[in-house]
Design a protein. Sequence first.
Length: 139
Amino acid sequence: MPIGLLRKTDPAIVAEIDRLLEDHTDGEIGAILAERDVLTGGGVAFARLRALEVRLAYKLTSRYERLRARGYLTRHEFAQVLDVGPETVKIWRRQGLLHGEAADDRGNFLYPPDQPKPRKHAWKLRRLARRAIRIESTG
C-alpha cells in the first residue's frame, strides 16, 4: 500500500476540523485535538501547524473566510462604520466595549457589523464600577 494512503488523515478527523473551524482558529483546533489525544494520519499529535496542514490539504475554508462570509468586518472597515480610528476599535475591543472574533492565530479580529457604538467614556465608567466593587468587597 502506498505511504500516502497509510498516512492519510481519517475523514472523521477532517470533518471534525471543518466543524471546529466555525468557532476556532487553527491553533485552537490543534490544542483541542491534542487534548483529545487525536493523532494525524502519520501518528503525530496535533498542533497548530498540523491543523493548518490538514485544512490546506483538504481545501477547508479558513476561519477568516467563514467570518467574512457571515458579514463580519475588518478593524478598518468597522472603524469607518463607527466613524472612529482603527486603533480606537482595537482599544475598545480590549476594554470589552466591542465584541470581536479571533480570525486567526496572529491576533487579527473581525467584528459583527450590528454592534452599537460604545458611549463616550464608557470604559471609564466600567473601570470606576469595578473599582467600587473591589472597595465594597474589601471594606
